[in-house]
Ligand binder design. Structure first.
Ligand SMILES: Cc1cc2nc3c(=O)[nH]c(=O)nc-3n(C[C@H](O)[C@H](O)[C@H](O)COP(=O)(O)OP(=O)(O)OC[C@H]3O[C@@H](n4cnc5c(N)ncnc54)[C@H](O)[C@@H]3O)c2cc1C
Length: 372
């Protein structure tokens, strides 16, 4: 990087969000530099479960999820990459009568927002998932949900952005933001300065730290979340399984291994930023998965990891301009939902920068909702 590099927009963070934003900007012929402290997909995006789910979303983010699902089936062709996207549906399981009632209410609300989701009973559920536990009473079923491989998607966005002349700078950390009067003027990185008119803060779990560089306090916390993988098993499960009362997301990957997540915590050392698996979480997660899908009682766990996600104080993403300062855009706090939303987040942030406002209103997700 030259001493005085310039770009119209600097995107901080090479996760799925930063890479999607860089791609959408490059597509609109905006000169963009993406600055990543480590390597592409080194953060939450490389650790993600990859669920592309609309059901169970907060009403503030459901319109983004609905828009994203129209794009997902075409993304592999658009980005010229294999993404392992499958649209085999998502089931939210209920094992207690009170959970059935909760799901019924939610399904009614989501249908009113235009989501194709419905309650199904035991018989239909067993047809979709023959191995489901007898304790499962009913489920909400969203056939257009699915999953994709997060590392493939993130790299595909980055490569597509680079083909459109976006500069992708890895092993380069942003350590400061320069302001001129009430506008962003550039960033300082570990490899020099970049002058720019816009900064997109897509630094994931560390985006509050970036915001603090310009004196903004954003209420989000890094959470360490665990994922487990079993040995490959015969192909049996097509939809993704979630649960109304358990911390569970369960899917069978193309090679036969089961991927088990759902929010069990790992340990995070905030100083070193190192993570560790917790034996109690491994046991708890395996127990929850086999309780609804008993075939897993015999499965051997072969791998596990912990990813660090940015969780906002109210559990929904934080998107848009940050107050009086011109040129600083926040795209963080995805709270466990960022992967599914990424294709549309990229578009909306690019529209905000190039057209002054996005094609879906983001006011309810603005950083300003937390106060100044
Ligand atoms: C275990 C787990 C399971 C998940 N499962 C799902 C799921 O099933 N479905 C779903 O939709 N979502 C899921 N999520 C959430 C989803 O993966 C995230 O919301 C999404 O990946 C966030 O992407 P991001 O680009 O904002 O952040 P990240 O991928 O974390 O990227 C941020 C990047 O910023 C870089 N960075 C930080 N500071 C700096 C700096 N100063 N300078 C330069 N670069 C910097 C980091 O190195 C990092 O690469 C899951 C998350 C986890 C952890």
């Amino acid at each position: 990087m030259g001493e005085r590099a310039t770009a119209e927009v600097v995107v901080i963070g090479g996760g799925v969000i930063g890479c999607a934003v860089a791609y959408e900007l490059a597509r609109r012929e905006v000169t963009v530099a993406l600055v990543e402290a480590a390597t592409i997909a080194a953060g939450a995006s490389g650790a993600s479960a990859g669920g592309v789910r609309q059901q169970g979303r907060d009403p503030r983010e459901l319109p983004i999820a609905l828009r994203a699902i129209r794009r997902w089936p075409h993304l592999a062709v658009e980005l010229s990459a294999e993404l392992h996207y499958r649209q085999d549906g998502n089931l939210m399981l209920a094992e207690r009568p009170e959970d059935v009632a909760v799901l019924e209410r939610r399904v009614a609300e989501e249908r009113a927002h235009g989501l194709d989701v419905q309650m199904i009973g035991r018989a239909e559920l067993r047809e979709l998932v023959p191995g489901i536990a007898p304790s499962v009473l009913a489920a909400s079923w969203c056939p257009s949900d699915g999953y994709a491989m997060p590392t493939l998607v993130t790299h595909a966005f980055a490569r597509a952005a680079a083909r459109l002349r976006a500069r992708i700078l890895q092993q380069t950390r942003v350590i400061g933001i320069t302001l001129h009067r009430d506008r962003v003027a550039g960033v300082t990185t570990t490899r020099g300065e970049i002058s720019c008119r816009w900064v997109v803060n897509a630094a994931g779990a560390w985006s509050a730290e970036i915001a603090r560089m310009i004196g903004l306090s954003i209420p989000l916390e890094p959470w360490a979340l665990q994922m487990l993988v079993t040995e490959p098993m015969p192909s049996r499960l097509r939809p993704v399984l979630g649960s109304a009362n358990r911390r569970l997301s369960l899917k069978q990957l193309p090679g036969g291994a089961y991927l088990i997540g759902g929010g069990w915590p790992g340990r995070l050392d905030l100083v070193t930023r190192r993570t560790r698996l917790l034996p109690a979480s491994i046991a708890g997660s395996a127990r929850d998965a086999s309780a609804v899908y008993p075939l897993l009682e015999r499965a051997r766990l072969v791998r596990g990891w912990v990813g660090i996600e940015a969780v906002a104080a109210d559990g929904v993403p934080i998107l848009g301009a940050a107050g009086e300062l011109e040129g600083f855009v926040f795209a963080g706090g995805f709270s466990g939902h960022g992967f599914a939303l990424a294709p549309t987040i990229g578009e909306l942030i690019a529209e905000l920068i190039t057209m002054g406002r996005p094609s879906l209103p983001l006011d309810a997700l603005s950083p300003l909702r937390f106060g100044s």
